[in-house]
Design a protein around this ligand. Sequence first.
Ligand code: SAM
Length: 419
Amino acid sequence: MTPHTAELTVTGYANGGAGVAHDADGRVVFVAGALPGERVLARFDEQRTSYARAHTAAVLEASPERVHPLCPAAAAGAGCCDLAYTGAGYAAQLRAGALADVLERIGRLGPQAPQPPAVTALGPEPTGWRVRTRLAVGDDGAPGLRVRGSSRIVTEPCAGPVSGLLDGLGDLGAVAAGDLVVAVGSDGARHVVELAPVPGGGRGRGAAQRSRSRRSRPRAERLIEGRALVTQQLGGHTWQLPVTGFWQAHREAPATYAATVRDFAGRAGGLRAGMRVWDLYGGAGILGAALLDGGGQVPPVGAVDLVETDPGALAAADAALTADPVHLHRGDVAGVIAGLPAPDLVIADPPRRGAGGEVIAAIAAAGPRAVVHVGCDAGAFARDLRDYVSRGFRVTDWRAFDAFPLTHHVEAIALLESP
Ligand SMILES: C[S@@+](CC[C@H](N)C(=O)[O-])C[C@H]1O[C@@H](n2cnc3c(N)ncnc32)[C@H](O)[C@@H]1O
């Protein structure tokens, strides 16, 4: 019978946030919560022929880089800050190494690619950066964070949220077993929406997985603090976004990504005054709008086609960008872009799974001079870059940001140019 635990020596760190070890048969084991150089007691969560996944049940020999977790919720077992148990400098090294590894192994971009990017911090501290979060509400009405792979909730605070984001949430009368979405706008106002409990929630690991997929379905919403729309200001524009709609989690992320898009668009070859821009997976249009604000070397924009599925984000874009040459297209990028006028520049900021080969083939077929591609999952980002490169694009620059401090996640942005 396969053992449930094993003592393992961790030799590396992989994208996805786990230590890499090998079991007695030489099989790779990804061990969550373990650092390179450590000897740990690993408890298996998933066993496959070619690899296994486990988590650290006990650290037997600790790395000198291990610290007491900076995040109280993570220390209590929550899945929020999965890299909170090492210092900022070593965490940055681990993230940069994992990104470089994935770009080489999955991206296979060859010698034409620039040196892998360093992972740049967005602020001086790895705590107090998050302007929106989602919490689970326990049976006793107390909000907290779920322990990974379990329906258990811990009420210790996460270190990520900006000051005040979590204050007094337990006093708002949230319904037991629901969820709370909490967001603070650039005006400092906090807004809280309650999502109704998931029918048939249940307990235990299986129940946690079932309820995770049920929780992603649309649920009844009730505003319990603030207003239904959050004010977000960036550059010369102000957006009013639904509390449950998308906005970058790190308070410095919108301005940093906007500046990067502007910088890349200013340096890409072959762009002309009056250029047409596709802002794909555009949300409320902050990245396309960054080019409308002028400045730098960016040629004047003739038109922006914003493609997005979320009607709330499009309504926010409509109100914020009325005076600008922005055309809104509601629908799936894969279906919509075939009917759009050809672009000079494409900005693509897909969700975690990436844009995928079909969308990238359609972008390439439309013949843009340049693409600014954004990714929040290193593996999907590398796959997407490989698809552009296989269609003749060259990666001419890229940046990576520590946009989710105390976690393994990175946000990366690449400039790709056609020959
Ligand atoms: C990572 S967010 C980026 C939003 C925006 N660029 C920003 O920075 O605020 C991805 C966006 O893509 C939208 N989306 C997801 N799948 C989509 C699809 N297949 N077609 C169009 N939009 C999609 C989501 O609603 C979300 O607003």
